[in-house]
Design a protein around this ligand. Structure first.
Ligand code: 6GU
Length: 293
């Protein structure tokens, strides 16, 4: 899949694939191996005046400068992006990153990961001429309820969150499915409880005996469970007992409950939309949570 990033700060992204904010870890590897490509375009190259002017004063007066539509339009034209009506139903999308956009979520990343080409236009906080959103973009996205000085960090976040979902980018197929906001299935746990699934007692009957039990996950709208590595005790704090027990059923249960507790503590708003079993509800009740809280 291909990303095109339109920005007035191309240096922010460095020399891809190994420099700048996209030049590390999973994203850099995906770019180096060709599973994804990213192309950064300097909007100043699409100006025609001596000063390479990309912004202008706002109609109606007020603070700050507004990005002009013309360099953005010409940059898109140079990329052979179809005009908006013709883009409908295609596997390309043009996105304006701004604090006024719709929230960017894991579900957005999943949708983008299914496309061939994503064009990201980095706005400036003062504003972007509205005709960019109106005439050139398919969607306007924001990464959260705060104001950034520009869309560059947001673009890097969209690329990172999307690229890691592409087939072949992460090592283990389940590693993105079962994390916070992943699409893992609480049914796994429920089925297990009813004795229809394998595993438990350290005698995992699944094909890959090296892999952790499949349903040791926090999913369906819960935050991920806490993770531990060695040493077993650090600054007087021990790793929770079930995690070292080898009892996969006990591990699953601990992780599910720890995910519920973490979600209640940090993102109680997620619980109302989460897929909860009767056991989950019972456990949450012991923490003082009632549906509707
Ligand atoms: Cl995408 N851009 C800016 N400038 N601020 C933001 C944002 C984007 N998302 C949240 N705040």
């Amino acid at each position: 899949m291909r990303f095109d990033i339109l920005t007035i700060f191309p240096e922010f992204f460095g020399a891809l694939p190994d420099q700048g904010i996209l030049g590390h870890g999973v994203v850099s590897r995906a770019l180096r191996t060709g599973l994804a490509s990213a192309h950064v375009h300097d909007l100043r190259s699409f100006t025609h005046d001596r000063h390479r002017t990309v912004d202008d004063r706002p109609f109606g007066g007020g603070e700050g400068m507004v990005l002009k539509p013309q360099p953005i339009f010409e940059c898109l034209e140079s990329l052979a992006i179809a005009p908006r009506p013709a883009r409908d139903g295609s596997r390309e999308t043009v996105i304006l990153l701004s604090a006024q956009g719709k929230p960017f979520k894991q579900s957005t990343a999943r949708r983008l990961a299914a496309l061939d080409r994503v064009v990201l236009i980095c706005g400036r906080y003062e504003g972007v001429d509205e005709r960019v959103s109106q005439l050139l973009c398919d969607e306007e996205l924001s990464i959260g309820d705060y104001v950034l000085s520009g869309g560059e960090l947001a673009a890097a976040i969209v690329v990172d969150a999307t690229v890691r979902l592409l087939p072949g980018v992460l090592g283990h197929a389940d590693s993105s499915r079962y994390e916070s906001f992943g699409e893992g299935d609480a049914q796994d746990l429920e089925e297990e409880r009813k004795g229809r699934a394998s595993g438990g007692g350290g005698t995992d009957a699944s094909a890959d005996v090296q892999a952790p039990p499949r349903s040791t996950n926090a999913s369906n709208g819960l935050l991920d469970y806490p993770h531990y590595t060695r040493p077993a005790e650090f600054l007087g704090v021990s790793v929770p007992e079930p995690l070292g027990s080898g009892d996969h059923q006990a591990i699953r249960r601990w992780r599910r409950q720890a995910a519920l507790a973490k979600t209640l503590a940090n993102r109680a708003d997620l619980l109302s939309g989460a897929d909860l079993t009767d056991d989950d509800r019972e456990f949450l009740a012991t923490l003082g949570y009632r549906r509707g809280d």
